[in-house]
Design a protein around this ligand. Structure first.
Ligand code: SF4
Length: 204
């Protein structure tokens, strides 16, 4: 049990587990304080970032709910608050009208453009660490994230590069890349957007 200091004393994974837990607490506190300055909650900011960086055809209410680990109903409440403030647009997907797509309004885009420093705490804390140590750290964290992802505890949205379904430069100029999962050609711009179905080819 990572919360027991005696257990941590002789157990490296428990010490690291506790360190990650403490980091998550600090991140929560700092991101909340940063969000307050914009008059939004941190989860509302996450919604704006989701709409900004997720590929438009998968920027759905359901995927947003999964990304932040909440229920569909709670996600809808969060998003409705942003729709009322004219920061997010909701529209029905043409192929399936039961699916609601999210996009930023121009006002929402303005807020996202102001978010350059949001969540900078971690970046700042990692800067002084030497590159070699960071490389090991990245592999270790990748392994933890991959395990949590496989167990269904989190969704990792990433652009197409590095995804097992990605076949780059197999199409024409307009839509040069192919996704084996959705069986569609993608524009280069779409392949640079985050996708909740990204399945890393990185083996840990
Ligand atoms: S599943 Fe992979 S290749 Fe397909 S769109 Fe998503 S990230 Fe790109």
């Amino acid at each position: 049990m990572i919360f027991d200091p005696q257990h941590r004393k002789d157990n490296r994974s428990a010490r690291i587990g506790m360190a990650l837990f403490r980091m998550s607490q600090a991140i929560k506190k700092v991101t909340q304080a940063e969000s307050d300055t914009l008059g939004l909650s941190s989860v509302q900011i996450q919604a704006l970032l989701f709409a900004a960086y997720t590929r438009s055809d998968v920027a759905t209410v359901g995927n947003f709910a999964n990304t932040i680990g909440t229920t569909h109903v709670t996600a809808v409440k969060i998003l409705n608050g942003l729709v009322r403030r004219e920061l997010i647009n909701k529209s029905q997907k043409a192929e399936d009208r039961r699916v609601t797509l999210l996009s930023l309004t121009s006002k929402g885009r303005e807020i996202v453009n102001k978010l350059d420093n949001w969540g900078h705490l971690l970046d700042d804390a990692l800067q002084p660490i030497p590159e070699e140590l960071l490389a090991h750290f990245e592999i270790g964290l990748g392994s933890i994230i991959s395990t949590l992802q496989k167990e269904g505890h989190l969704i990792v949205s990433e652009p197409c590069l590095g995804c097992i379904h990605f076949l780059p430069n197999t199409g024409d100029i307009a839509a040069p890349h192919y996704c084996k999962m959705i069986q569609k050609y993608l524009t280069h711009e779409a392949s640079l957007q985050e996708c909740p179905e990204h399945t890393s080819s990185f083996k840990v």
